[in-house]
Design a protein around this ligand. Structure first.
Ligand SMILES: Cc1cc2nc3c(=O)[nH]c(=O)nc-3n(C[C@H](O)[C@H](O)[C@H](O)COP(=O)(O)OP(=O)(O)OC[C@H]3O[C@@H](n4cnc5c(N)ncnc54)[C@H](O)[C@@H]3O)c2cc1C
Length: 404
């Protein structure tokens, strides 16, 4: 897969074609190959060139719906043992996770803390004073209480997708970069193959569309309509000032509208907490994925209200990416349209951290033809059935869907 290597030939026929080598497609390919199926993973650009490579790659368990917590817990364990599972490193780093609540939000905060603990997350409640020993550089004066989960962290999203794709290859999968799937071929409502760039065709009875922001448009000619909209996400990297102290934990600041995490030993990555899912953009490929200087300044001044010494931080760049968002901010992972077509789409800003669990579950569905129990809530029909996923313990209470 490196530039120096000659790309392997694409076979004329295979058991499953997976479209898209982000964290989802690479993960599905890894699990499918582990089940002994013939797999061809096709990527139009390079591995992780889509949302995965633009991800903040936070791996937290702090979800307000039981479903999210369960998927996140399974996934976190996979990140922790990634090297043993795949033989490659995803550079997962445990940082811990902190978030606070003001007095008016304490009932919702305690309900969420209870839910997390019931689900087995090692989350504890701290006072602002107790927090000082955990996070010396934070200004927690406006918080009445904080939640601390010591197990959260982040990984390298590019290393993650690449590791999964390489591990899939070791299990016998064929991975092709620079190969675009032009369309999915069907006959009498059954998938029969894919047409690829250069005029070739691969025969297969099963196709997994894990093409991220491109999935909806690839599925549409087959009569499949996915309720997905696109939302821009901006991320900035700030060099922490000398004397900042120990690297910070992941922090969700609902009041200052930032999420942040350390990035390596010296930098902090920061983005907007409440990316408004209603502020959609018409296209999913940004002409320019750099982050505007005004956005960097805004993120830095917001972060400095929570971590005062960050007012002296130095911008080190950043980027913009595009979230694929569904109406309930949970993905669609299902069989749709013609027999043999599967999608994992609308990851809504959670796709990186949930990818290990979703990859395992979708591979099981594709391999056995039976939908695993864990995927029932993520069925495509839930929006028509008025069975959207709702938070079991929303925080703050009554707020809408959140993305990162
Ligand atoms: C700014 C930002 C920050 C984020 N932060 C986090 C975070 O902290 N934690 C978290 O869990 N999630 C986060 N996310 C979300 C997460 O990154 C995504 O949900 C996840 O990466 C989606 O993975 P994917 O494999 O579905 O899609 P992608 O990574 O987009 O992969 C799809 C791939 O399909 C390829 N493709 C498309 N069309 C074709 C075709 N026709 N033929 C062949 N290949 C094709 C694309 O080139 C692409 O590489 C963030 C997203 C953004 C934008």
């Amino acid at each position: 897969m490196s530039g120096a290597m000659v790309a392997p030939a694409v076979p004329k026929r295979t058991d499953v074609v997976v479209v898209g080598a982000g964290c989802i497609g690479a993960g599905v390919a890894f699990h499918l190959a582990g089940r002994g199926l013939g797999v061809v993973l096709l990527e139009k650009g390079h591995i992780a060139s889509g949302a995965t490579g633009h991800s903040g790659a936070l791996v937290r368990q702090h979800y307000e719906a039981r479903l999210g917590i369960r998927l996140a817990r399974e996934s976190l364990e996979f990140f922790q043992r990634f090297a043993a599972e795949t033989g490659f490193s995803c550079d997962f780093r445990t940082t811990g996770f902190l978030s606070g609540a003001r007095t008016r939000d304490l009932p919702a905060f305690d309900a969420l803390l209870g839910l997390l603990q019931q689900e087995g997350v090692r989350a504890v409640r701290l006072t602002p004073e107790e927090t000082r020993s955990v996070e010396p550089s934070i200004d927690a004066a406006d918080y009445a209480a904080l939640v601390y989960d010591p197990d959260a962290g982040y990984a390298d999203p590019i290393a993650t997708a690449t590791g999964l794709a390489r591990a899939a290859e070791r299990r016998g999968a064929i991975v092709r970069e620079g190969c675009t799937v032009r369309s999915i071929v069907t006959k009498r409502k059954n998938v029969t193959g894919v047409r690829i760039s250069g005029g070739g065709r691969i025969e297969t009875e099963r196709v997994v569309l894990a093409a991220g922001n491109w999935t909806a448009s690839l599925a549409r000619p087959l009569g499949v309509r996915l309720p997905i909209r696109f939302v821009r996400g901006d991320v900035s990297i700030l060099r922490r000032p000398i004397g900042f102290g120990p690297p910070p934990k992941i922090h969700f600041d609902f009041y200052g509208n930032t999420y942040s995490r350390p990035d390596g030993d010296k930098d902090t990555l920061v983005g907007y907490m409440d990316t408004n899912p209603r502020k959609t953009i018409p296209r999913h490929d940004l002409a320019d994925d750099s982050v505007p200087a005004a956005t960097v300044r805004d993120l830095r001044s917001r972060l400095a209200k929570r971590f005062p010494s960050m007012a002296r931080s130095q911008p080190r760049g950043g980027w913009s990416g595009v979230y694929d968002v569904t109406p309930d901010a949970y993905p669609v992972v299902d069989a749709v349209g013609p027999q043999g077509l599967f999608v994992a789409a609308g990851l809504s800003g959670h796709g990186f951290k949930l990818s290990p669990a979703l990859g395992r579950l979708l591979a099981e569905y594709v391999a056995t033809g039976r939908r695993p129990e864990g995927l029932v809530p993520l069925r495509a029909s839930r929006f028509d059935e008025r069975a959207r996923i709702r938070p079991d313990a929303p925080f703050p209470a009554r707020r809408g869907a959140r993305l990162p």
